[in-house]
Design a protein around this ligand. Sequence first.
Ligand SMILES: [Zn+2]
Length: 197
Amino acid sequence: MPTPPNWSEAPEFDPARITLRLLRTPHDRAIDLLPTSRRPIGTFTHFHQRRTIPCAGLPDCPLCLAGHPARWHGFIAALLLPHREHVIWQYTAPLAHQIGEYLAQAESLRGSIITAKRIAPYPNARITIWIRPAGNNTAPLPDPPDLPALLCRIWDVPNTNQTPNRITEGHADRFTPQPDSADPRYNPNPNGKERAR
Ligand SMILES: [Zn+2]
């Protein structure tokens, strides 16, 4: 004899089961994003055997040691308009400076709106962004998700849960996100760790 149901309004909430879509800027239209992340995070990754593999940098990363190039990408959790789908927007290194300049003024990405588009209709064409305060446009924003945990799950690697550095270390010879790393806005603490907010 089957047992009767045990009703509840919702299953028990497990933050470890949240999944968000990783969104690259599409080649055929502009997108509008309302960040839920306070600040971006980024890392070098390799695209190897059709997979994205995060890069630990030299001397630890076997792919670097084998001569495979690594690229820096930034990630911001955001609501994709008009339907407010919560996504992880992935952007390329050249945009990091512009996002950093906005943050030097605003301290947080929450409350901003980012319009991103490619300058030509190709999947890897350069991206331009327009970032500005969203004004009354935001409505309540959900809490920011745990981006490192989500990305590590997407990439299927352990999450060491370290505090992100303001400036990526270990690749300074290949890429510097900001043109002047002596600018105190980008490195407020000598040890490079992010201040608690
Ligand atoms: Zn590497």
